[in-house]
Ligand binder design. Structure first.
Ligand SMILES: [Zn+2]
Length: 262
């Protein structure tokens, strides 16, 4: 599932269409990604409209056109691509925006993603009402400490997945943060000994993931847990011990039982 750094990478895939007009819109109106939306209005508004700007925040993206705003949430398997003008859309390409020399494509085989549409001069609520980024000034050590205090009995792994405090942090990033901070994923929110160190690690993992993955889709360095956590087996890149895996908060969690003692 795309997390904040992958979302930033996919946002940039449409960058070559900035400033350019959409000449044709094609979509699959019955696809679940359009739930609650009138696709005819979307088609009318975007046709002939120039793509002006885009932003990503957590797992949400916004694309501002002259006549309308498009929101994109990738869900589990969604992605954005830029193809050539003559591109022939496949069955999973649910929104296709043709421009003069390229085609901007949203595809989603499993349909857990969501597209949103808004008309009006200001950014819509689904964009402005989002929680502050963990890289913003609003996300301070004090706000983290207060959030943990209200969730003293929840495992820290489940807490880090709460989008109202950590927008864009998903399963692999939460595991990476806890591994780098040497905190066991089962540690309760009220038992975190050094909140300041956790706060710093949340920021550095997010900042570095955005810099590495968000720039061109590269993988993080091999001394991150990221490179060893997928599939079965694997060992801790710090101490060499076999990694452990278990569901915590409904998600398969990967950690090193030696470096991340409770
Ligand atoms: Zn280890």
């Amino acid at each position: 599932m795309p997390e904040l750094a992958e979302v930033e990478y996919f946002r940039k895939c449409w960058d070559s269409g900035l400033g350019k007009r959409v000449t044709e819109v094609r979509c699959h109106p019955a696809a679940r990604v359009f739930r609650g939306m009138k696709t005819k209005e979307l088609t009318v508004a975007l046709t002939g409209s120039r793509l002006l700007s885009s932003d990503a925040h957590g797992k949400q993206m916004i694309f501002r056109f002259e006549n309308a705003t498009l929101g994109v949430h990738l869900g589990m398997t969604g992605e954005l691509r830029c193809e050539g003008y003559g591109f022939d859309p496949g069955k999973h390409d649910h929104l296709v925006l043709r421009q003069k020399t390229r085609t901007l494509v949203f595809s989603d085989p499993r349909l857990f993603g969501r597209l949103l549409f808004h008309q009006g001069p200001a950014d819509p609520d689904w964009w402005t009402a989002q929680a502050p980024s963990v890289l913003s000034k609003e996300f301070s050590q004090a706000t983290l400490a207060a959030f943990l205090l209200r969730r003293q009995r929840a495992p820290i792994k489940s807490i880090l997945l709460m989008q109202q405090a950590f927008p864009g942090v998903g399963n692999w990033m939460a595991d990476e943060i806890l591994w780098q901070a040497r905190i066991s994923p089962t540690t309760l929110g009220g038992k975190i000994r050094d909140v300041g160190a956790l706060w710093k690690t949340i920021r550095s993992v997010c900042r570095n993931a955005l810099r590495i993955i968000g720039t061109d889709g590269s993988d993080p360095p091999t001394d991150w847990l990221f490179s060893h956590r997928w599939g079965r087996g694997g060992f801790c890149p710090r101490c060499g011990l076999d990694l452990e895996r278990s569901p915590i908060g409904g998600r398969t969690t990967c950690w090193c039982p030696r470096c991340q003692e409770r």
